[in-house]
Design a binder for this molecule. Sequence first.
Ligand SMILES: NC(=O)c1ccc[n+]([C@@H]2O[C@H](COP(=O)([O-])OP(=O)(O)OC[C@H]3O[C@@H](n4cnc5c(N)ncnc54)[C@H](OP(=O)(O)O)[C@@H]3O)[C@@H](O)[C@H]2O)c1
Length: 284
Amino acid sequence: MNILITGSKGQLGLELENLGHQFPDLNLFCTDKFSLNILNLEEAEQYVLKNKIDVVVNCAAYTDVNKAEEEFKMADEVNHLAVRNLGLIAKRHNIKLIHISTDYVFDGNSSIPYKETDATNPQNAYGVSKLNGEKALLEINPKNSMIIRTSWLYSEFGNNFVKSMLKLSKEKESITVVSDQIGSPTYAKDLALTILQIIPEINSDDLQIYHYANKGQCSWFDFASAIMKISQQNCEVLPIPSSAFKTKAKRPKYSLLNTDKIQHTFNLEIPNWEDALRECILKG
Ligand SMILES: NC(=O)c1ccc[n+]([C@@H]2O[C@H](COP(=O)([O-])OP(=O)(O)OC[C@H]3O[C@@H](n4cnc5c(N)ncnc54)[C@H](OP(=O)(O)O)[C@@H]3O)[C@@H](O)[C@H]2O)c1
């Protein structure tokens, strides 16, 4: 099977590329925005046809949540209009499409984990652009395709919370971290492995939405504390409320994802967030 990975220089894209050798039946075509810019419908369609692509895994995205407040047009182009392009290509040529979305499509007012069917209500521009992408795909409704919403993604690659905390721990004796936003960190390697495992099993008449995150829940403060503990750094982590840490983009207070659907459909075991974090830090 020929698999196109878009945005392959990002966190998830690099994890997919790294794991590819474990799946000899899957022939990965890894493209970054210079070798394949998904904003260009014609270019993307030609690439898919020329390389006889069977599955597109869309890891390309505009992911700077704060900047998106000022650059909504750019965020929406990548997270919505380009996703629409991929949906059209998937529908026209009967190709499987796996698109990645976010917990930030929810408003965070829940107190129980969000299910795929729960009402969306993004609180920031990034969330709006990602939801626009989801809506465009649902309207096109390509067969054998899925949207996987994930949360708090990190890996040994790219910019992420884990790498920021490890850097700060070497520069500071103490740091303050928000303790009133709850979610689940997700190791991009676990999500990448899941994607590669389920590709042959995707079989649906309608576009399906799934949630994937590592098991368990924590606050950013808990997450930072675990990072320091596992990496054996002496940097003290102090809890603060969101009101004391102003950011351009508003974040949901609670964005835990209910992962029952993907677990049951594909018979998956999802690692706990602390075990996943340990693996990422200790192997890095
Ligand atoms: N990071 C998180 O915490 C998080 C949480 C929930 C969901 N997600 C979702 O998970 C997915 C993967 O996220 P990630 O953290 O791996 O993202 P990432 O590291 O920011 O990678 C995204 C990649 O897409 C590339 N890209 C941007 N515009 C493109 C275009 N027009 N054509 C092709 N490639 C383009 C980016 O290149 P440049 O960097 O050069 O622009 C980057 O290499 C995204 O859909 C994201 O929305 C992420």
